[in-house]
Write a protein that binds this ligand. Structure first.
Ligand code: SF4
Length: 292
């Protein structure tokens, strides 16, 4: 961001200002070379690690998800240990019941994580989508992201989480009509990426919307009522988008690379986008995939 300050007007003692020459507020021109999404508010202006490519193996997410469950259980157990003596003054049964509920809850969480990992690695979704990728998984992704932030691994863990989500969602083999699919893109795509998206969307006759903010994206979805969405965003924006939308509507989320820092000149895997659009649009003839 460049700030440009105009020269200050010289100060004079006389004569008193007439209405025509009354002092006017100085205008400070602010030239922005990018507008950051609020997810990137704390960006320090330095190049992003890995040239803005946060690709990570799925195992990274599973490790952090296990840490998240262990941390949540540990915090709840500590709390119960501390307030247990007070609760037992009400009835000796109260702390016992709470310990039992906590143990049951922890067992369910570990079981869920195990089934999730088994589904992902076995190549077969073991639970319905409403219980798997479009169910509690969306919450698990977000809590895991919170824990990953404490270790400075947020973007990589989010990338892995989104990859797992997409793999599970793609396996459902969903098909929709051309008019029922919506492609949502952010404002930060490079010209090359934007041209590529428009070309793919034109070829499969799918509408494309530029969603400048999450709120707008949700409005477009409300108004257009698509039956499926292919959304493009950085990992940070995609996490909130999936959390808000994927529970209600099938979404595939394509993450980007940010070689010039956040919110500008983002590139995407156009081949992946074409495979998804083609796979979702029922009856679309197979095409040669666009190169990135
Ligand atoms: S999607 Fe683009 S514009 Fe939106 S927060 Fe991410 S990098 Fe910035």
């Amino acid at each position: 961001m460049k700030l440009r300050f105009p020269m200050a007007a010289p100060q004079t003692a006389t004569p008193p200002p007439s209405s025509a020459s009354a002092p006017r507020a100085q205008l400070i021109h602010i030239e922005v070379d990018r507008r950051l999404g609020h997810e990137w508010d704390e960006w320090n202006g330095r190049p992003l690690p890995g040239g803005g490519d946060f690709s990570a193996a799925p195992g990274v997410f599973f490790r952090f998800a296990a840490l998240t469950i262990a941390t949540a259980t540990g915090v709840a157990a500590l709390l119960l240990y501390l307030i247990g003596p007070r609760l037992s003054t009400l009835s000796a049964l109260v702390p016992r019941i709470l310990w039992l509920v906590l143990a049951l809850f922890a067992a369910l969480e570990w079981l869920y994580l195990s089934v999730l990992a088994a589904s992902f690695y076995s190549g077969r979704n073991l639970l319905p989508e409403r219980v798997l990728e479009r169910g509690p998984y969306l919450q698990l992704m977000n809590y895991t992201s919170l824990v990953a932030r404490g270790f400075g691994k947020r973007d990589w863990v989010e990338h892995a989480a989104i990859d797992i989500y997409n793999t599970l969602a793609e396996r459902r083999g969903r098909r929709v009509g051309k008019g029922e699919l919506l492609v949502l893109i952010p404002r930060c795509l490079s010209k090359q990426a934007l041209d590529g998206v428009l070309e793919i969307a034109g070829r499969y006759e799918v509408p494309v919307f530029v969603a400048t903010r999450g709120q707008l994206a949700r409005r477009v979805i409300r108004e257009r009522r698509p039956r499926a969405v292919v959304a493009v965003a950085c990992e940070r924006d995609m996490m909130t988008g999936l959390r808000d939308v994927a529970g209600k509507l099938p979404v595939l989320g394509l993450t980007m690379q940010l070689p010039n820092g956040p919110c500008r000149d983002a590139s995407i895997d156009l081949g992946q986008m074409e495979r998804w659009v083609q796979g979702l649009v029922a009856g679309a003839p197979p095409r040669e995939h666009t190169k990135r």
